[in-house]
Write a protein that binds this ligand. Structure first.
Ligand SMILES: [Zn+2]
Length: 345
């Protein structure tokens, strides 16, 4: 996982003045993608080993956090759950990241949140006194290491893939649970800790726009869209989205769209809402660490902003559950939120 890729742009050199325009945009999360002549340095992201070391160090230092190994991947890597549980009668939220191994900045953001929650300040105490926080970073640990039973030869960087080691999309396995990663998530987290809320963090391609001809988006959100989802569960999902959207808009990190997602229960956003009554929210960030499609891959110039976007969203949601303001969140913004559009191919 230490492959640094110098991206070779065939033909013309792109001048720095041309590159400057999107970076100086007010919505700086919309930096150039890999095709914008960037170097991809995936070694700056936490490798599996670095992530485990980080989690173990935090556990040693923190009075609040307890680490649990809740299962193993196909390649027998341990799966870790960071738990901040002070009062079992408090509402519980689960942040799940990287079901898709090439969607990396979601985990970087989650590790950042873990670090924040392990500090001793008053704002953190107010959160942890009132909310139980579960963070399951990087469900697809094998895909994230590129340690899989198929070739990544066609990938831009050859370091990360969406699929698990068996070539299965884990976010289509929430009914059958045939893969050890999804089975462990359901049996050892969802059915044990019974979260009330879940935010599922992902990444999408780089060329997604707000509506057909709007600006590139820095992220997209969606509630469960299956019509079997109970009304109160759906309302909680829409409130999660309202809080997260409001916080990110206020900080000016980027532009969020409504994700045009389907209704299948095999996807966690729908399946978990139906099966367990969890209010779920999908949160998609812009661009991926690696893919066989070049227009999906993001260089690292936007990484800091995108990680911050994730942290801002997660912390705002925690604060709103802690002080009960989430129950007053206005969900009518969803009616006006523009769907995203993919200008690819
Ligand atoms: Zn994904």
């Amino acid at each position: 996982m230490t492959k640094a890729w110098k991206v070779v742009v065939s033909g013309i050199m792109v001048g720095s003045t041309l590159l400057a325009a999107p970076i100086q945009d007010a919505h700086a999360a919309n930096g150039p993608n890999y095709q914008g002549n960037e170097t991809i340095k995936n070694e700056r992201l936490h490798s599996y080993e670095e992530m485990v070391n980080f989690l173990e160090q935090v556990e040693q230092r923190s009075q609040h956090m307890e680490l649990e190994v809740y299962g193993q991947s196909v390649k027998e890597r341990d799966l870790y759950l960071a738990k901040f549980i002070q009062d079992e009668s408090n509402p519980t939220i689960l942040f799940l990241t990287q079901q898709h191994g090439n969607e990396t900045l979601t985990t970087e953001a989650a590790l950042n949140v873990i670090k924040k929650l392990s500090s001793n300040g008053k704002p953190v105490r107010e959160i942890l006194d009132n909310v139980n926080v579960l963070i399951a970073p990087r469900l697809n640990v094998d895909g994230a290491e590129g340690d899989v039973n198929f070739s990544l030869e066609d990938y831009v960087s050859g370091t990360h893939t969406r699929y698990n080691a068996n070539g299965v999309d884990l976010n289509r396995d929430h009914i059958d649970r045939e893969q050890p990663e999804t089975k462990a998530l359901h049996e050892n987290i969802l059915q044990v800790y019974k979260p009330d809320y879940m935010i599922d963090l992902h990444h999408q391609g780089t060329q997604v726009t707000l509506g057909e001809d709007g600006p590139l988006v820095s992220g997209s959100i969606l509630y469960p869209t299956n019509d079997q989802v109970p009304e109160d569960v759906l309302q909680g999902s829409k409130q999660l989205g309202s809080v997260l959207y409001g916080a990110i808009e206020a900080k000016g990190y980027g532009i969020l769209s409504k994700y045009p997602g389907g209704t299948a229960n095999t996807i966690s956003r729908n399946g978990l809402a139906n099966e367990y009554g969890i209010s779920t929210l999908l949160f998609e960030m812009r661009g991926m660490a690696d893919h066989y499609r070049e227009d999906y891959v993001l260089g690292q110039k936007s990484n800091g902003k995108l990680i911050q976007q994730g942290v801002t969203g997660m912390m705002a949601v925690l604060e709103s559950i802690a002080d009960d303001s989430i129950y007053e969140a206005d969900v009518s913004f969803w009616d006006d939120l523009t769907e995203s559009y993919y200008q690819g191919e």
